[in-house]
Design a protein around this ligand. Structure first.
Ligand code: NAP
Length: 259
């Protein structure tokens, strides 16, 4: 069996809020495979959480990065350039919509709510890919990975504007894969089944959604965070060297069902 070895690779992971975050499961998988990690957090509220978790990987820099701030985004990539001179792996595990947009009806989505959700959850991938590409070209190629959800294609009650954001994000994955492929930079997304995290619990009706998923998914269970980490490890590694522009479902098979 070929083990995945990421020693010598540098990885930037955005979206760790706490140990329940899918980004943390991905970071653990990449870090245990030997990747040099860099973490970011959004806002001082979460800084301590991320700093404490990152101690598991003692040489991992931790930086503030609100993706709506060009200054902070540029600061992250300048530091990676100074410290490592290149970037091999970028993990985008970020989403946000205002609470009021996730409670009522989609038809009531405000323009401001739409802009905020789409900027943070989808446009940020484009911005980060633009900043990452020169550092990845220096590495001879790279892997960019985003996190998405089935509501990009189907109607999931209360997911509302976040469904539009995920549709835009998935289009971004394909368009970026096409533009960056000639530089050997692959761009993919994982479409995960419901996992109880800070963001997921912000969606009203999340518990009911998760239990419907558990009852109807072919595997008849929730997915484990670690299964997302494992899939991310595969997609970030040379074992996936021929895969780009792909949305990989890690959802116990739920997406194939018509109920
Ligand atoms: P999470 O732990 O709450 O992670 C979401 C992250 O996004 C948080 O670290 C959050 O930071 C960050 N974020 C929000 N606004 C930001 C901004 N302006 N700049 C930078 N970071 C920002 O929840 P999660 O479930 O792991 O979500 C990770 C990704 O997986 C998301 O794209 C989500 O849509 C996707 N996903 C989740 C599920 C699920 O069931 N959990 C299923 C499919 C896909 P703050 O907490 O500071 O805002």
């Amino acid at each position: 069996m070929r083990a995945i070895d990421l020693s010598g690779k540098t990885a930037l992971v955005l979206g760790v809020a706490n140990k329940r975050s899918l980004a943390w499961a991905i970071a653990e998988a990449l870090g245990e495979a030997g990747a040099q990690l860099t973490f970011t957090y959004q806002g001082e509220r979460l800084a301590k959480n991320v700093e404490n978790l990152s101690k598991q990987f003692p040489k991992a820099p931790v930086m503030a990065c609100d993706v709506t701030s060009d200054e902070q985004v540029d600061g992250v990539f300048s530091r990676i350039d100074r410290e490592f001179g290149k970037l091999d792996i970028l993990v985008h595990s970020i989403a946000y919509a205002r609470k009021q947009e996730l409670e009522g009806h989609f038809i009531k989505t405000s323009l401001q709510g739409w802009r905020i959700a789409l900027e943070i959850s989808a446009y940020s991938l484009v911005k980060l890919a633009d900043r990452a590409a020169p550092l990845m070209k220096r590495a001879g190629g790279g892997s960019i990975l985003a996190m998405t959800y089935l509501a990009s294609q189907r109607v999931v009650p209360k997911y509302n504007v976040m469904g539009a954001a995920k549709a835009a994000l998935e289009h971004g994955v394909r368009q970026l894969a096409s533009e960056l492929g000639p530089s050997n930079i692959r761009v993919n997304a994982i479409s995960a089944g419901p996992v109880s995290t800070l963001s997921a619990r912000g969606i009203s009706g999340f518990t009911g959604m998760a239990s419907h998923h558990r009852r109807h998914a072919p595997l008849r269970r929730d997915i484990e965070r670690q299964e997302v980490g494992d899939a991310a490890l595969f997609l970030s590694s040379d074992l996936a060297s021929g895969i780009t522009g792909e949305i990989l479902f890690v959802d116990a098979g739920y997406n194939i069902m018509a109920i």
